[in-house]
Design a protein around this ligand. Structure first.
Ligand code: C2E
Ligand code: MG
Ligand code: MG
Ligand code: MG
Length: 285
């Protein structure tokens, strides 16, 4: 690791930091192995619901990894590892394919939303992978939605705009994720052709107690309505949250109040088995 800093330079680091780097290296190797079989990678789904009609308009695909020794590992932990190691490309391909295949079987015709990292943009692979996933699964392009965060938009090194154009040409929809976190800017909403704005859960939950957060939610909802863009309140956990975001004019909601992310039909039994095993291990410990 120290070598990477350049010839003749010594990097002094705390033991803790060394451990963390070693941890990441192990995680990287394990993720690479998991991608070989894909048996321990799962796609969970969480519904997004229209407040007025109460219909499920879409389901967000959320990656889950069952690690043989460490149990369930959150995407918050392993996505960054995948990004820095280049594994995000095969991982992204896996999610796209699985999500489109599952959605093609949904009887209610809801869309499927797939998260995409900054690292997946700009090398031509994303559009190719999307095209391939759609073709192989037969999913209608307008039933696929790509979710991108503002942080990804700002990573200047990736040609996000070019990819947006190519994705839209395929007929795929684009959503701005986690709006309100990071360097939110109204300029983004004008510069990029979004179909949906997802207001981050922290804003949504704070809107109940903080007038300034409620004002932000209302402003985004108003803007969405005028631009003809759907606004989703993320992280709705209670009836009170729902009442607030309805009041402020959001069109759709997502959150534990409606449903927690859960495996698709084909994976449900295996996930139940894993969870039973983990419970037994915990009780035995
Ligand atoms: P995200 O795209 O903003 O996804 C929403 C996150 O909020 C999910 O966390 C979801 O489980 C969680 N959530 C849903 N409802 C509630 C609620 O009512 N309260 C609270 N507190 N949380 C709620 P998750 O599944 O842990 O994913 C975290 C992040 O990891 C995602 O944030 C996304 O940025 C990233 N991620 C997940 N799957 C993928 C993937 O396939 N590819 C990429 N590139 N990133 C992914
Ligand atoms: Mg998302
Ligand atoms: Mg989000
Ligand atoms: Mg997020």
């Amino acid at each position: 690791v120290a070598k990477a800093a350049g010839k003749g330079k010594y990097v002094v680091f705390e033991p803790v930091m060394g451990e963390r780097i070693r941890d990441r290296e192990y995680l990287k190797a394990d993720l690479r192995a998991a991608l070989q079989t894909m048996d321990d990678l799962f796609v969970f789904y969480q519904p997004i619901v229209d407040i007025r009609t109460r219909k499920v308009t879409a389901r967000e695909a959320l990656l889950r990894w069952y690690h043989p020794d460490r149990g369930w590992i959150s995407p918050v932990e392993f996505i960054p590892v995948a990004e820095e190691s280049g594994l995000i490309e095969p991982l992204g391909r896996f999610v796209l394919h699985r999500a489109c295949a599952d959605a093609a079987k949904w009887e209610d015709g809801a869309r499927v939303a797939v998260n995409v990292s900054a690292a997946q943009f700009g090398n031509g692979m994303l559009t190719e992978n999307v095209r391939e996933a759609l073709m192989e699964t037969g999913l209608q392009p307008d039933r696929l939605e790509i979710e991108v965060t503002e942080t990804a938009l700002l990573s200047g090194e990736h040609d996000v705009i070019g990819d947006f154009g190519r994705l839209r040409k395929l007929g795929v929809r684009i959503a701005l994720d986690d709006f309100g976190t990071g360097y939110s800017s109204l300029a983004h909403l004008r510069a990029y052709p979004f179909d949906k704005i997802k207001i981050d859960g922290t804003f949504v939950r704070d809107a109940v107690t903080r007038p300034d957060c409620a004002a932000v939610v209302k402003a985004v909802a108003d803007l969405g309505r005028r631009l003809g863009v759907t606004t989703v309140a993320e992280g709705v956990e209670t009836a009170e949250h729902l009442a607030r975001v309805t009041e402020e004019g959001c069109s759709e909601i997502q959150g534990y109040l409606i449903r927690r992310p859960a495996p698709g039909k084909a994976d449900a039994t295996r996930v139940d088995e894993i969870n039973r095993l983990l419970r037994q291990q915990r009780e035995a410990a």
